[in-house]
Design a protein around this ligand. Structure first.
Ligand code: AMP
Ligand code: MG
Length: 520
């Protein structure tokens, strides 16, 4: 077996739970419970991302070794690993939920990778922990495959995210009631190994703060600054304020990227917010097909729409205010640095929105008129029920000398809506063409700029669902094809034209293709 280079700083520096009792219980004065993953019946490696393996220092032969499937399925533990489940709290759907924690995720260890960077390895679906709240600690293949594909796709889209190493079939079944309607079904189980420099969430700070355990809170802050934000210098006088500001800035960038590519997280609870501003915990997420600012893929959230697409920037801010509240006791009488951090969030978000508007419209810079132009375009997309990805991508093929809405080709889902919006869309396009001509940017450069901001393809839910259905029948070809395509989402791939098509009609109301439940 390969020798991974472990340096388990979290375990070394922070207090451990004194008990190893597996059942649900409150864990205080500690950040983690040491425990091993629960072995599975038959671990079988379904797929892995060679780029991630290589960053950890693993090659193809390592990944193909039978012991590797056992380790990444949770049936064996390597020398140097110190598995644990961490404890955190969180605000769920706007309400304080108390203690949560890694209910089915188990950390294996922190690896110092090929280029000297730190990668925390975590198995998702690895069995029960004290934080499973009576659930089984397992994950189904469908949700595991979705996280496995989407987290890497997001990376290649340029969106900050946790990464995925492997997808292992457990050879066991997991029972889920997918629609919560009294029809539970046995589904194939799987384990994803995900990796990130850190899996620390806002909720890790909220929990000790909620218990008034300021010493514990303070220790975690210092360890996280030292490990995950080493450039800040933990002992400099403004370290904690600078650190909070950076969390705000990173969160703004992450959300701005979500809005750029049309990603809806679906469950933006504070326990699902990473301090590194990484997209984390892929559950009932979705990409926008027909542009609808109110879209949420999460059936549980559909009634209130708290986490709908257009709300995400505001929700992220609200989540940061929860984190600020948790950290406030560390700032004594001077909470000004926390206010400054929140203000930085607003500024960074606005700056990203402006930069992304310029890039998406192929402009060297976006002024106030261009920001309004973008809003008008989005309103037209909504009215015309147009596909967000296809419509933005089509803009690059505009001939500014002869603007014509035929460039939008197959971006319409509804012909009546297309006809209704046609005149206004043409008017918008004509004004946009004038704007493009007024700037001094060669056509080829404009196109290049746009084609780096407007993806050619995304792993839309229905595409991932097709890979899932094939994989459930033992056919991994569709998964492999999808993995290949998402590696270059901005490059036109003529041999895979179906990946840049609108969502087909059959997928509109089909389970897994548009709406998803949390039952994973
Ligand atoms: P999520 O909405 O997926 O972020 O999960 C919220 C909380 O429920 C977290 O503490 C999870 O660890 C826990 N959880 C979700 N699914 C399971 C499961 N199958 N078994 C144990 N805990 C779970
Ligand atoms: Mg979660």
């Amino acid at each position: 077996m390969p020798a991974l280079n472990f340096d388990n700083l979290f375990v070394r520096e922070l207090p451990a739970d004194a008990s190893r009792e597996p059942g649900p219980r409150a864990v205080e004065g500690a950040f983690f419970t040491p425990l091993d993953p629960t072995p599975v019946a038959q671990a079988n490696m379904l797929a892995w991302w060679p780029e991630v393996a290589s960053a950890l220092g693993l090659d193809d032969a390592d990944m193909q070794h039978p012991d590797m499937a056992r380790v990444l399925g949770g049936s064996a533990v390597l020398d140097g690993m110190q598995p644990y489940a961490s404890v955190y709290g969180g605000h769920q759907f706007g309400h304080w939920a108390g203690q949560l924690g890694d209910g089915r995720a188990i950390h294996l260890g922190e690896v110092i990778g090929r280029d000297g960077e730190r990668w925390d390895m975590q198995l998702k679906g690895a069995g029960p922990t004290p934080y499973s709240r009576g659930a089984d600690g397992r994950a189904v293949l469908r949700s595991s495959l979705r996280e496995f594909v989407c987290s890497e796709a997001m990376h290649y889209l340029g969106v900050p995210t946790t990464r995925a190493l492997s997808l292992v079939d457990t050879g066991e079944h997991v029972v889920r009631d997918m629609f919560y309607d009294g029809h539970p079904k046995a589904e194939p189980g799987a384990v994803v190994c995900r990796v990130a420099p850190s899996f620390v969430r806002f909720g890790h700070f909220e929990l000790p703060a909620s218990r008034g355990d300021i010493d514990l809170l303070s220790r975690l802050v210092d360890v996280v600054i030292g490990r995950d934000f080493p450039h800040i210098g933990v002992s400099q006088p403004h370290a904690r304020g600078d650190w909070f500001a950076e969390i705000c800035q990173r969160t703004a960038r992450m959300v701005a990227h979500w809005m750029r590519v049309g990603f809806v997280h679906g469950v933006m609870n504070t326990d699902n917010m990473s301090v590194l501003g990484l997209t984390i915990d892929y559950g009932p997420y979705g990409f926008i097909d027909e542009y609808d600012p109110d879209f949420t893929p999460n059936t549980t959230d559909a009634p209130s729409g708290r986490y709908r697409f257009s709300h995400q920037p505001r929700v992220a801010y609200w989540n940061l205010t929860r984190l600020a509240g948790a950290l406030a006791p560390l700032f004594g009488d001077d909470v000004e640095p926390l206010h400054a951090g929140l203000a930085l969030y607003e500024r960074e978000l606005a700056a990203c929105e402006r930069a992304f508007t310029a890039a998406k419209l192929g402009l060297t810079q976006a002024d106030e008129d261009d920001m309004a132009r973008m809003q008008q375009f989005k309103a037209l997309l909504a009215r015309g029920r147009m596909d967000m990805t296809l419509a933005f991508r089509a803009l690059a093929s505009l001939n500014p000398e002869a603007p014509d809405i035929t460039i939008f080709g197959n971006a319409f889902y509804d012909m009546a809506a297309r006809d209704a919006v046609g005149t206004d869309l043409q008017q918008w396009l004509t004004a946009y063409a004038e704007r493009v001509l007024a700037q001094d940017l060669p056509a080829s450069e404009r196109r290049q700029r746009m084609d780096h901001a407007n993806p050619w393809m995304l792993p839309r839910n229905y595409l991932t669902q097709q890979a899932i259905e094939a994989a459930e029948l033992g056919d991994l070809q569709e998964l492999q094809t999808l993995m290949q395509a998402v590696r270059q989402p901005y490059r036109e791939q003529p041999d895979q034209a179906r990946f840049a098509a609108p969502r087909p009609a059959w997928a509109t109301h089909r389970a897994g293709c548009s709406m998803l439940s949390c039952s994973s």
